[in-house]
Design a protein around this ligand. Structure first.
Ligand code: ADP
Ligand code: ZN
Length: 751
């Protein structure tokens, strides 16, 4: 008998993703643990591959059994509950084990293959960062007379040790503190760099005073924290109703009960504000997880959570895997946002993982929004999720009034610009009153498309079937799918030699127009192109909040959750494109985005006003958005969904196929459809509707053709078992060579 590890290896294809057995060499006996990372020989050439141990057992030694190469130390090990999530992700999203592991432990915690003395070994991907921490160890001698700085340093250190950075923030230089070390008054320790990333946010410990409405909402929810059972609830509150205050109070109660809390926000741009509020209320036991942290920061934060050093974790989608123990509360703010769905393997949605964790921990899962997803509101109406409403804005402030501006009338009146006269006029008044405005345009770049005046064709990316976008600042055309660049932008149509005209508009173009209209105004543009550097979101928003800018123009990142006192005017540009997008969620998304951005206005004493520019002012969705009437919108939209059989009345599963030869991709997709029909017809009753194959909305990306099968189903276990059989047969027939297949079990209708 020998000890054998069952290992899931990296880069496994779907139907080869099973446990492979390896002998554990005696030297590694203590290190090989369930949940640990290992390096194993794989395949004919016994090439080293990363893997994760999912099982350790006693078994017979056979001649073919290989010995594993190396194992990472215990601290890089997945805890049992995280291992459960690995299995959960594989079961639900059709990813491989290793893809699930990679999603769950941040990159920095992982090891990578290397060689040492000619042998394959694991090497840590990151070195540790340390910094100096100073402790008071003696008294200041009377002579020579201590300087003011020295006295201050001793005073600062009296309550407890501080790091150099903290001393410097209080005016104590390294020279002063090192001088005290020499005298033996202070001693220095090298410690792991502080995981407290936002240590400069003051802890005020102010008590939370809820309004009567907020208190009522809190009291409806608080019992769900106390009975140790899993619950889900929707906090449906208009913009500015103070949902955050209700979270804070619930978190306070969760901590009082000795449990931990997880707060998810849909975008990195929303984390600074949430962190600030949490830190001010709860102090330092708040950790952060999101993709804009560098690997070291991410790892340090992760380890702090894993060691039990944090009671509250804030972050974006992937924070749902934070290794918190004894979770009592999970908040998903702006739960309708599509950013909660992962768009690469594992294609999970944070909702499903959060629900699973809430069930495992007996926690309250609280969804919050002013415009919940149709699915969530439907579940609440059906009684499957508790519904709690906040109907009024804080201190009775009115919602902004909304006006639709008819852009056809503008054009007829001779204004061909992208900013209507009405909007320009309101902007002028806002600026004159010393207030601020937010303008939303969900499209970056300068001009969207280059179109030939002769043949009418638009200039497309050579590798993707989408128009190239003109970016003026860099003087080039760029493909937003594959990043390909054309520089300088061509003047002639490549097809017929006709003149190219640049039409359509993006944020850069509007910025220029605003600057021309209001030369005095300070304009801030926020989009993917201006927020690439670290902390860009945070800095820009802080500067706007300090009123260092008058106008903020941006993509959807300016629309949500932000709270600025001086904003009285909101403008929405380019809604027509949103309403006409191909997704079955087009109306839901447009309604939500408009309501969100309109809700940014009038949050303090001055009332807010919003303008929506459109070529279709009679559009029913716009009328509802103008009235900010979500309930009416829901009633109308749920009717469409029922008629068309869309979620929540079914689950939309998408099978995506991509490959270099169009005919082969189409053939493979059709074959997948046949296999699906065969397997579904066998035995049990699995209700299904299959549409396609059809080209995806973007039919080619990076030179690969893309097709999809749309499967309307129940999305339950029998369906997943069916899909697993189909995927296995697809692999066995060798079809992945023609077209790789990707399944998305929570699809919005495209990939
Ligand atoms: P929502 O997330 O529902 O849009 P917020 O939680 O951002 O709303 O609250 C809107 C504004 O009202 C914030 O500036 C917040 O500080 C303020 N506010 C809400 N409730 C209270 C309260 N009970 N006490 C003090 N300020 C509040
Ligand atoms: Zn491209």
């Amino acid at each position: 008998m020998t000890r054998i590890a069952g290992v899931a290896v990296s880069e496994a294809a779907f139907h080869f993703d099973k446990l492979y057995s390896y002998k554990i060499p005696p030297a590694l006996a203590d290190r090989v643990l369930v949940g640990g990372m290992v390096l194993v020989p794989f395949g004919k050439g016994s090439r080293p591959r990363m893997g994760v141990v999912l099982q350790v057992s006693e078994g017979e030694e056979t001649p073919r059994l290989k010995e594993l190469f190396d194992a990472a130390p215990e601290e890089a090990c997945l805890t049992p509950d995280l291992l459960e999530l690995v299995r959960f992700l594989k079961e639900r999203t059709f990813c491989t084990y290793y893809e699930a592991v990679r999603a769950i432990i941040p990159y920095g915690a992982q090891y990578r293959p290397a060689r040492a003395e000619g042998r394959p070994v694991l090497e840590k991907g990151l070195s540790r960062y340390t910094e100096a921490e100073y402790h008071l160890t003696g008294e200041l001698p009377e002579k020579p007379r201590p300087t003011e700085k020295q006295k201050k340093a001793v005073e600062l250190l009296a309550p407890g040790p501080l790091r150099l950075r903290q001393l410097e923030q209080n005016g104590i230089s390294r020279a002063v503190i090192e001088g005290l070390c020499k005298k033996g008054v202070v001693s220095r320790l090298q410690v792991d760099k502080a995981p407290d990333l936002y240590g400069n946010i003051p802890f005020t410990g102010e008590s939370i005073q809820l309004t009567a409405g907020q208190q009522a909402a809190y009291e409806e929810l608080a019992p769900c924290l106390r009975d140790g059972q899993a619950h889900s609830a929707l906090l449906y509150g208009v913009t500015g109703s103070g949902k955050t205050l209700v979270f804070l109070k619930l978190i306070e109660e969760t901590l009082r009960l000795g449990r931990t809390a997880l707060v998810l926000v849909p975008e990195i741009s929303l984390t600074p504000q949430m962190i600030r509020r949490l830190k001010m209320t709860f102090g330092s036991r708040v950790a952060v997880q999101h993709s804009a942290l560098n690997n070291t920061e991410r790892l340090l934060q992760w380890q702090m959570i894993q060691k039990g050093g944090a009671d509250i974790v804030v972050g974006t989608r992937s924070a749902v895997f934070a290794p918190l123990q004894n979770l009592g509360l999970i908040v998903m703010d702006e739960e309708q946002e599509h950013t909660y769905h992962s768009e690469s393997a594992p294609r999970y949605s944070a909702h499903q993982v959060a629900a699973r964790r809430a069930a495992d921990n007996g926690a309250l899962l609280l969804f919050a929004s002013a415009t919940p997803s149709l699915e969530r509101f439907w579940a609440a109406k059906q009684g499957r999720c508790r519904l709690v409403r906040l109907t009024e804005r804080y201190s009775g402030r009115p919602l902004p009034s909304v006006e639709l501006v008819d852009m056809r009338a503008e054009l007829a009146a001779g204004n061909g610009g992208e900013v209507s006269l009405a909007l320009a006029d309101q902007l002028k008044q806002t600026l004159a009153a010393g207030k601020q405005a937010i303008l939303l345009l969900n499209r970056r770049g300068y001009r969207t498309v280059a179109q030939c005046a002769d043949c009418g064709k638009s200039l497309k990316c050579p590798s993707c079937s989408v128009p190239m976008v003109y970016h003026k600042a860099q003087g080039r055309l760029m493909c937003h799918y594959c990043g390909q660049i054309l520089q300088p932008p061509p003047e002639k149509c490549p097809e017929c030699g006709g003149l190219l005209r640049y039409t359509g508009y993006g944020t850069q173009r509007i910025e220029e127009e605003l600057a021309r209209l209001f030369p005095q105004a300070r304009i801030l543009r926020m989009d993917q192109d201006t927020t690439t550097h670290k902390n860009a979101h945070e800095e820009m928003l802080a500067r706007f909040a300090r009123h260092e800018y008058d106008l903020m123009l941006g993509t959807q990142m300016v629309a949500k959750g932000l709270d600025f006192e001086d904003v009285t005017l909101v403008g929405v540009l380019g809604v027509d494109a949103m309403l006409n997008s191909q997704s079955f969620r087009a109306y839901e998304n447009a309604f939500s985005l408009i309501t969100q951005v309109v809700g940014r206005g009038g949050r303090a004493d001055s009332p807010g006003h919003a303008l929506i520019q459109t070529s279709d002012p009679s559009h029913p969705v716009l009328a509802l958005a103008a009235r900010q009437d979500y309930d009416a919108f829901f009633e109308q939209e749920i009717g469409f969904r029922r008629l068309g059989l869309y979620p929540p009345f079914c689950t939309l599963c998408l099978a995506g196929f991509s490959g270099a030869q169009e005919a082969q991709v189409l053939g493979a997709a059709s074959r997948f459809g046949q296999l699906l029909a065969e397997e579904a017809g066998r035995g049990g009753q699995i209700p299904l509707r299959v549409l396609g194959p059809a080209p995806m909305n973007v039919a080619m990306v990076n030179g690969l053709y893309r097709y999809k099968l749309t499967i309307k189903c129940r999305g339950d276990k029998p369906f997943r078992d069916l899909m697993r059989r189909v995927m296995t047969r697809y692999s066995e027939e060798g079809l992945p060579v023609r077209a790789s297949v990707t399944l998305d079990m929570n699809s919005d209708g495209d990939m």
